[in-house]
Design a protein around this ligand. Structure first.
Ligand SMILES: Nc1ncnc2c1ncn2[C@@H]1O[C@H](COP(=O)(O)OP(=O)(O)OP(=O)(O)O)[C@@H](O)[C@H]1O
Length: 528
């Protein structure tokens, strides 16, 4: 295909020159009462043609419109059966389009400045740069990271506000701390199914110390894992996640704000890795899967937010599924996607990066199509209502049904004195002391949901025979009939098996485990 484009480059340029200016495009508008979600902004940045692009002889294939600043035209060349190549034109619309002359400062002012203040107010702001290999994602994110840390350390906020920076790299299911010499920090689900980034270091940014903050960004960039590809010798085959946690001091009485700047791995086309082995193809497949899950999560989250703020009868509306547990990338971004992980509101900006060369016309179309798919419309009233709400005041956000005690005061009581039906507990199959089994082996932790007291204690006063056929624990104390909670087929998910019952001595119960029911997968998940 590359040779076809090169052979017909002059013809292509002539055909494009002869095109009449495109009439304004009537987009397939959603409902007239709907507007783009103010909390989900999709923009695109077209990088300039580089000297090497020009030297290779491929013309420019992307064109901005004078009359529609957010629409871009792509003209592609096709081999016609009659022998003369023909042009086919495509157009894409985003919320904000940045041309080849746009600077990082312009993008910061229009897309990122609001995210920073949103995070100062306790919200979770996220910026993703997405696009094919060599399209300018790293250039875009690294320019913005510097502007973000500069603005945070120059903010003149009181010293009670503390800012912490961490930057990780995610390659497949592994991750590395880019601020600790790329130290591996395994992403593991702990025994409660909660994603842990064990060992990650946070670096405090000090007010006024701009150079120190910028040095940290530089240090992380130098550790970024790279591998050569045809497209870009410094191609990123991994996602990098820069996280800023803003601790606003006790006097605010509200939670931390977060700002994530995510440089996504290049969405390479198969031809880019044609000369590479099976390992690189597997890597590419993994990247494409994680980007597809990310798309579903971004859309699902935007729709869930719109639903949470809409005034209609929520019970009749289908709650969107956010499959954030399906990839390591979205698991790490749990704060952003799990509606129950945080009471904070989220705002997301996506910058789709594109290379304007005709050589990349196929991947550019895919990138812009992906960008269009991320755009979510919400009822105009919801958008107006939403934008007037403060980041951290989200009392109407509906959460998934949870095993949490509805009485918040219960949390302050000792665990063993607040055991109640409906509580999920972890328990040890071998109670302490004399109850070790004959082999002396320690038991393993299991989960169960408490159904009711048995009416007996293990010292055995009444009705000891009633549960004689059930597995139970020896030793003294109250005992409860419980249903076992067992791992489901999806990693990190659990099912309650009502017919697999067990009698558990209260002394064998180790702690309360909070579980939520996910209507999308119909499984239970452990939350922090
Ligand atoms: N806005 C820009 N102005 C000038 N040069 C740019 C711009 N954006 C990107 N470039 C240049 O394009 C090349 C590719 O950019 P970059 O490394 O940022 O791409 P990428 O999408 O991050 O690639 P990969 O996925 O392989 O990491 C680099 O040489 C970079 O300097």
């Amino acid at each position: 295909m590359d040779q076809f484009y090169l052979d017909n480059a002059a013809l292509y340029q002539n055909l494009v020159k002869r095109l009449k200016p495109a009439p304004p495009t009537a987009r397939p508008a959603g409902k007239p009462t709907e507007v783009p979600s103010p909390d989900m902004v999709v923009s695109a940045r077209i990088r300039p043609l580089l000297n090497e692009d020009l030297a290779s002889g491929f013309p420019c294939a992307l064109f901005l419109r004078a009359n529609q600043p957010n629409v871009v035209d792509i003209h592609d060349l096709y081999n016609h059966p009659k022998g003369i190549p023909i042009l086919k034109s495509f157009n894409y619309e985003v919320d904000r389009l940045f041309g080849p002359d746009a600077t990082s400062q312009e993008i910061y002012d229009s897309q990122v400045r609001d995210l920073v203040s949103f995070s100062w107010d306790g919200g979770v702001g996220t910026l993703f740069a997405y696009g094919q290999t060599g399209s300018g994602k790293t250039t875009t994110i690294s320019g913005l990271e510097k502007l973000v840390v500069d603005s945070l350390v120059d903010s003149g906020r009181p010293s009670s506000c503390k800012i912490y920076l961490s930057i990780i790299e995610l390659a497949g299911n592994s991750s590395f701390d880019l601020l600790s010499s790329r130290k591996p920090i395994s992403i593991l689900e702990d025994s409660f199914g909660v994603t842990q980034l064990a060992g990650i270091e946070e670096h405090q940014l000090i007010q006024g110390e701009r150079e120190a903050a910028e040095n940290l960004i530089e240090r992380a960039a130098s550790f970024r894992r790279t591998a050569p590809t045809l497209k870009n010798d410094a191609s990123s085959r991994s996602h990098s996640i820069c996280r800023l946690r803003i601790q606003r001091g006790d006097d605010h009485g509200t939670g931390d704000g977060f700002l994530y700047l995510v440089d996504l791995a290049g969405s390479e086309a198969a031809r880019d890795v044609a000369t590479h082995g099976a390992e690189r193809m597997r890597e590419t497949r993994e990247i494409n899967i994680s980007l597809s899950v990310l798309k579903d999560c971004i859309r699902g989250k935007a729709q869930a937010d719109a639903l949470a703020f809409s005034s209609g009868p929520k019970s009749k509306q289908k709650r969107p599924h956010i499959p954030f547990r399906q990839s390591a990338l979205t698991k790490v971004l749990k704060h952003v996607f799990d509606p129950s992980a945080s009471a904070s509101k989220t705002k997301t900006v996506v910058i789709a990066c594109v290379n304007p060369s005709l050589a990349d016309v196929g991947p550019s179309k895919n990138t812009l199509r992906y960008a269009e798919m991320l755009r979510v419309s919400v009822p105009a009233a919801v958008a107006a209502n939403n934008s007037s709400k403060k980041a951290n005041s989200n009392p109407t956000m509906s959460v998934r049904p949870s095993s949490r005690d509805p009485n918040p005061a219960a949390a302050s009581m000792p665990f063993h004195s607040r055991v109640r039906p409906g509580m999920v507990v972890s328990y040890n199959t071998t109670p302490s002391g004399e109850d070790l089994d004959a082999s002396g082996a320690a038991g393993s932790a299991q989960f169960a949901v408490i159904l009711s007291p048995t009416g007996t204690s293990s010292r055995g006063s009444t009705g000891e025979d009633a549960d004689k056929n059930m597995p139970s624990f020896r030793g003294s104390g109250a005992r409860y009939l419980c249903a076992q909670v067992v791992p489901a087929v999806i990693s990190g998910a659990y099912e309650v098996n009502m017919w697999q019952q067990v009698v558990v001595d209260v002394r064998s119960m180790e702690k309360e485990v909070i579980m939520e029911y996910d209507i999308g997968t119909r499984y239970y998940y452990i939350v922090d």
